[in-house]
Design a protein around this ligand. Structure first.
Ligand code: F6P
Length: 376
């Protein structure tokens, strides 16, 4: 994104008595590192923008829709680097509903009106792909917005990595290591269900890190027959146990033609709860090996950020605040190689970064014998 396409003038040119008002909100599913970013933005603005006033918007876009904010004082953010969750609270506000008419105007029009009523000079939106879509809408309405890419799913387009992802990889890897001790002791097949509806990054990375024998991700549809054949071969070869990492969004090859909602409907109609629970039953029946499934759930989003994420959040938050201080809006910060850079919201909103089935990580995983449950 060339700088000349970005509006705004630096706040250092402001008159001495003027205050500059910054809002921060966290939106979508929580993850480790949100507080670290809030802290970094606060610390940077406080030191580098004269008369900076910082307010927190509670519960994500929900708070902006309701027109709520509160002063974010230094003592509220200076000691939260290692604290999980978000001190601002969060909520999900589906993009599809943003522009629908409702009493008092659409959610979008309410947010724009409240942004103006609050006299914000800039709003930081910390969130995932949905948050960025809503941020792009606000930006198109003339609000000054800067995004920061968060999610354990690591699926935001235009950034090599999102904050929260590395911590979740550590958590899932540790959980799988622990489950593997039971698998080994009982000679079982263990399926571990990992978050990620559209993207399999978390399942792929933690699966490899935990030494999984099979990894099932949304980007590589699997066949139940191929899965069971591979597992039978492992049993015949004398392997004492098997670890399978399954993304919650893993799809059967026969389901590819259906949309997410249709898939869920068909699965419910067949009496299946999650893809993992169903698969565990089938595998147990077909292989004759005791098979169990564990759903890791929300523990993947909780807890303190790992050192990598603390550093990343400090850099992303600092860069976002630096852009705000320079008056460069309508962007989201991003990681590109070893640099923290940024992309225009309009260029990334609505796009996802998915695992490339032919990419290096999958190729090398296959090379060391990891199965993806497909027919190769
Ligand atoms: O934050 C993303 C995510 O972790 C997805 O992987 C998962 O499907 C979703 O959140 C579940 O979130 P919730 O139940 O809080 O809406």
């Amino acid at each position: 994104m060339p700088l000349d396409r970005l509006p705004g003038a630096g706040y250092n040119k402001q008159k001495e008595e003027e205050t500059v008002k910054f809002g921060i909100l966290t939106s979508g599913g929580d993850c480790a590192g949100l507080n670290a970013v809030i802290r970094s933005i606060g610390m940077y603005l406080e030191r580098n923008v004269r008369n900076a006033e910082i307010v927190g918007i509670p519960d994500g876009y929900g708070g902006l829709i309701r027109g709520e904010s509160f002063p974010l004082k230094r003592e509220m953010y200076e000691d939260i680097l290692a604290v999980g969750g978000t001190v601002l609270g969060t909520s999900r506000q589906p993009f599809k509903k943003m522009t629908l008419p409702e009493e008092g105007g659409s959610k979008l029009s309410k947010m724009v009106a409240n942004y103006r009523k609050m006299k914000l000079d800039c709003l930081f939106t910390l969130g995932g792909a949905g948050t960025h879509k809503n941020a792009a809408l606000l930006s198109m309405e003339g609000c000054h917005v800067i995004g920061v890419p968060k999610t354990i799913d690591n699926d935001i387009y235009g950034t090599d990595v999102t904050f929260g992802f590395r911590t979740a990889v550590e958590v899932v890897t540790e959980a799988m290591d622990r489950i593997a001790t039971t698998a080994r002791s009982h000679h079982r097949i263990m399926l571990v269900e990992i978050m990620g509806n559209k993207a399999g990054w978390l399942t792929l990375h933690s699966g490899i890190a935990a030494g999984a024998d099979m990894i099932l991700i949304p980007e590589i549809p699997f066949s139940v027959d191929a899965v069971c054949e591979t597992l039978k071969k492992r049993v015949d070869a004398g392997n004492a146990f098997t670890m399978i990492a399954v993304a919650e969004g893993a799809v059967l090859d026969s389901e590819v033609k259906y949309k997410k909602d249709e898939r869920a409907f068909a699965r419910r109609a067949r009496g299946e709860t999650t893809v993992t629970a169903h698969l565990a039953e089938v595998i147990g029946e077909r292989t004759g090996v005791e098979t169990r499934a564990s759903v890791l759930g929300y523990l993947q989003r909780g807890g303190t950020p790992c050192a990598y994420d603390r550093l990343l959040c400090s850099r992303l938050g600092g860069r976002a605040a630096e852009l705000a201080a320079a008056g460069k809006y309508g962007v989201t910060v991003a990681v590109s190689g070893s640099r923290i850079t940024y992309n225009a919201l309009e260029d990334i909103a609505g796009k996802y970064k998915l695992v490339d089935p032919a990419g290096e990580t999958v190729r090398f995983a296959r090379g060391i014998g990891i199965s993806f449950g497909d027919r190769t």
